[in-house]
Design a protein around this ligand. Structure first.
Ligand code: ZN
Ligand code: ZN
Length: 336
């Protein structure tokens, strides 16, 4: 039997949608969204809708070598079109730790961004974002027993429609200051909507955002010290107490679920420089983690992740023809 990591939960609107959320979803419904990477842009011109969108200046996320504009040309959609076209959200509840759920989109859209909800004793946190946000999803998230307090985003490939999410849900966004220039809706921000941070940032007593760099200057991971988490229910007590890293693609969990790799550009297959890989390893060395997952389903290393990280770094150095010399300095393989 294949191992299942999640239990699927449908989202049915059992809870009322706050008036604020309905207004936000209506306000943003026709904003242009890149069909390739899900980045939402500030707005079409007043005098047109779909026809003029290709005339908008593209933001740097779409044209950057870490993303791509298809050979067939830039394609646009909108929240209105995505929902009208049948896209819906559902949840994937983690089988081992019910405090963790993924927000999936069906059918698949853009690069398949799948945000993760952590329901902690101090409140709930969403890690990363995707494009599609539906009324049943908002109704679910605003009714969480452990109220939502923040959305934290790893790097620009997950900025998506995050300003719509933050406004609809009434919580701030946490984005690394070094990636501010890639925030396509930066010109629309109001006071307090985004907290730009550097280095490390404690979201709660048990959750820390950690700047790693590499893939983007501000590429970050989320560390959840589950062992330090107060246990509020029997389900909490049965969940693993190992430290957990959520890594997006700052570090990529390999399909074997036994190791990791590192890329500067995933879609264009440009590797990360080994200096950046060693920096990521060094930054994470002080965190006590045993499990790692990223913002795509089934990319889990359930145990032994820290040891596997160290082994993966050695594999990466060797495969890219680098090694450390006797003083620990990075040198090309084959040189003394
Ligand atoms: Zn794009
Ligand atoms: Zn990325």
């Amino acid at each position: 039997m294949p191992k299942e990591f999640y239990i699927r939960e449908e989202l049915t609107a059992l809870h009322e949608l706050p008036a604020r959320a309905a207004d936000v979803l209506a306000d943003d419904t026709i904003l242009p969204v890149c069909a390739t990477c899900a980045t939402q842009y500030p707005g079409p011109r007043d005098d047109c809708e779909l026809e003029c969108w290709p005339l908008l200046n593209l933001g740097p996320v779409c044209e950057d070598p870490r993303q791509w504009v298809p050979g067939t040309g830039q394609a646009w959609t909108s929240l209105h079109q995505l929902v009208k076209g049948g896209r819906r959200n559902h949840l994937l509840r983690d089988v081992e730790d019910p405090r963790i759920s993924l927000i999936a989109t069906e059918p698949f859209f853009a690069i398949g961004q799948t945000p993760i909800v952590l329901e902690t004793a101090e409140g709930s946190v969403i890690w990363d974002c995707s494009a599609v946000i539906t009324e049943p999803l908002v109704a679910h998230l605003v009714a969480l027993k452990r109220p939502l307090k923040a959305i934290a985003i790893s790097h620009p490939h997950f900025f998506c429609t995050s300003l719509t999410w933050a406004r609809a849900l009434g919580v701030p966004l946490y984005i690394n200051e070094l990636d501010r220039e890639w925030y396509a809706r930066a010109g629309s921000l109001r006071e307090g909507e985004v907290v730009f941070w550097r280095g490390t940032h404690a979201l709660t007593a048990s959750i820390t955002l950690v700047e790693c760099g590499g893939h983007f200057p501000g590429s970050s991971v989320l560390y959840w010290d589950r062992g330090g988490e107060p246990l509020l229910s029997e389900a909490d007590a049965r969940a693993p107490d190992s430290g957990l890293l959520l890594v997006a693609d700052t570090i990529m969990v390999q399909p074997t679920q036994k190791g990791f790799t590192f890329m500067w550009s995933y879609p264009n297959a440009i590797p990360l420089h080994p200096t950046d890989v060693l920096h990521i390893q060094k930054v994470l060395a002080e965190y006590d983690y045993d499990s790692v997952t990223c913002s795509w389903p089934d990319r889990w290393v359930r145990a032994g992740a820290k040891r596997q990280m160290d082994e993966s770094v050695e594999t990466y150095l060797s495969a890219t023809q680098w090694k450390r010399d006797s003083g620990g300095k990075l040198v090309p393989k084959g040189k003394a």
